[in-house]
Design a protein around this ligand. Structure first.
Ligand SMILES: Nc1ncnc2c1ncn2[C@@H]1O[C@H](COP(=O)(O)OP(=O)(O)OP(=O)(O)O)[C@@H](O)[C@H]1O
Length: 254
């Protein structure tokens, strides 16, 4: 089966620094992969290469077989590859529910005119999207805050809201950059449940994450970067005891 994401010999140079150095791996359709490594290993840069925020200086990325070279982030999102960022980017001036609904914007089928006059079609679509957003907010424990300003949420909850917004865009694959950073234990448990539920409905996921117990509990494949290079790749149990991985962490300042 064609992988959801295929990264081949990808490098990214910033001046004299090779932040990502000839990295190759693939993520199977429906898989949940975790990208780990010490601080500065190149994890976020690799995400930036995949979404062309900072395109690779060498190598190629394919999404369900389609080369992503030269496509901008918006087009990549339309193809179904949707990312979140290390620092939450919720929309100010909107409630939690409105932020969630924004994620669905590119799939709204009724015309702006029909929405303005609230035709039956527009109302039924609005109801359907609202039900979906409310169900997702419930899954992640945000229901009590639906009508609160999104920017008033604690940072961890804002990050979970970003995941909900990403899901509302009906992705085929999610790239999540440190979704558990800033979450307390119970929020992390909610996140683990949400990620597992997402995977179970067939959406492929790749996370960059420092929380090892989360990674080891939910990932089926772990990719380890160190100083830009892929030093290990495999199932969580094998990765945990891999000397190259232990060395990457022990031998770093991160
Ligand atoms: N836009 C940029 N310009 C110059 N250097 C950059 C840029 N983005 C990243 N780097 C450098 O590339 C290297 C890899 O950074 P990156 O943020 O990808 O690491 P990371 O593994 O995500 O780290 P962390 O876990 O701390 O988020 C670092 O040395 C960083 O300073």
């Amino acid at each position: 089966m064609t992988p959801a994401l295929d990264i081949r010999n990808v490098s990214r140079r910033f001046g004299g620094l090779l932040a990502v150095d000839d990295v190759s791996f693939s993520v199977a359709q429906g898989g949940l992969s975790a990208l780990i490594g010490p601080n500065g290993a190149g994890k976020t840069t690799l995400f930036n290469c995949v979404t062309n925020l900072f395109p690779p200086t060498a190598g190629s990325v394919r999404f369900f077989g389609q080369p992503l070279a030269r496509l901008d982030g918006h087009r990549i999102a339309e193809l179904g590859l949707v990312r979140t960022f290390q620092t939450a980017r919720v929309f100010p001036g909107m409630t939690v529910l409105e932020n969630a609904l924004c994620g669905a914007q590119m799939h709204v089928r009724t015309s702006p005119l029909a929405q303005m006059f609230r035709t039956p079609g527009a109302r039924s679509e609005e109801r359907r999207l609202r039900d979906k957003a409310e169900a997702l907010l419930d899954l992640i424990g945000l229901t009590p805050f639906s009508d609160a300003a999104a920017t008033d949420l604690p940072m961890g909850a804002q990050k979970n809201l970003e995941v909900v917004r990403a899901l509302m865009s009906r992705p085929r694959m999610l790239l999540l950059d440190e979704p558990a950073a800033g979450l307390n234990d119970s929020e992390t448990a909610d996140l683990a449940a949400l990620l597992t539920a997402i995977r179970d409905v067939g959406i492929t996921i790749m996370v960059v994450e420092h929380n090892m117990s989360l990674v080891m509990g939910i990932a089926d494949q772990v990719i380890v970067l160190d100083a830009g290079k892929c030093v290990a790749i495999g199932a969580p149990a094998a990765i945990q005891s891999d000397p190259k991985v232990i060395n990457a962490y022990v031998g770093s300042d991160g």
